[in-house]
Design a protein. Sequence first.
Length: 283
Amino acid sequence: MSVKIGAADASALSSLGCGGIIRNAVFPENLEEIRYIWQNYRDFSFVFLGGCTNTLVCATKKEDLYVFSTRLKGFSVREEKLTAYCGEKTAFLSALAYQNGLAGLEDFCLLPGTVGGALLGNSGCHGREISDSLDTVEVFSRKDGLRERCREDLVFSYRQSSFAKDEFLVSATFSLRAAPKEVLQKRRREVGEIRRKALPSEKSLGSVFKKVNGVSAGYYLERLGFKGKRLGGIRFSEKHANVLINDGNGRAEEYKELVELAEEACLREYGIRLEREVRILDG
Ligand SMILES: Cc1cc2nc3c(=O)[nH]c(=O)nc-3n(C[C@H](O)[C@H](O)[C@H](O)COP(=O)(O)OP(=O)(O)OC[C@H]3O[C@@H](n4cnc5c(N)ncnc54)[C@H](O)[C@@H]3O)c2cc1C
């Protein structure tokens, strides 16, 4: 057996539609391939990625290997437990729960990205966090191979989790509860309406910065005049000042520069050090 490393174009993989060339990328499809990669590519430093809906890859180092979860697919539903590989889309999982009359994931029905990315960043939608209904996660690391981690051993907080840097999230099991489909459908519709009103529909990575003491960073950015501010093909959305959107010909460097401009302005004018929600990988 062999699993080949190759170059990948981050602009084709990211929901922003821009990014550099990833020199070394690999897309394992199962546990056997994961074991092969960890055994045979020991000289590389590993960087883990899912759907790139929260990560911008500007440039990569030759000694880094980008391991994507997006081809790790599969799921099962047993009574009120839903298990899925971490490359499955979170929105798909939410739909699956709905189809099986299970409540707990309906607020995530339109969240872009994979289950692995959502768990790593403890994604939140409309007052719920993805960790709320988590039961167990299987992770793979060089030291321990595949092992199961229980919800009780993990710490989740606002857009944060306690997974170690060398742990690749492989699969997750959620504990859900039976609910009438009409109730779930109603909530899914409400979520759709809320998101259509609040979020720009153009290509983006979602919110750029985390909330500041519970207040959206967009509140400060709007007051600083960032709405609509543009650099080349990237601009702050007129709809939501905390989202940077790509007109179609935007470049990763422009995105990064606008992020830095916003950080500097917020620090200068309000003494606030904005914390990035988006991860920017720059070699
Ligand atoms: C239009 C839009 C709306 C959004 N709305 C929301 C929202 O309402 N709430 C919210 O919280 N987020 C939101 N986001 C951000 C994003 O969708 C979520 O953070 C999503 O869960 C990220 O998943 P991903 O697979 O794309 O992760 P990636 O961007 O690929 O990775 C994110 C992080 O997770 C790590 N990671 C990914 N997969 C694995 C793995 N298998 N093992 C170990 N580490 C891994 C990466 O190293 C990286 O640090 C939005 C984004 C967009 C574009």
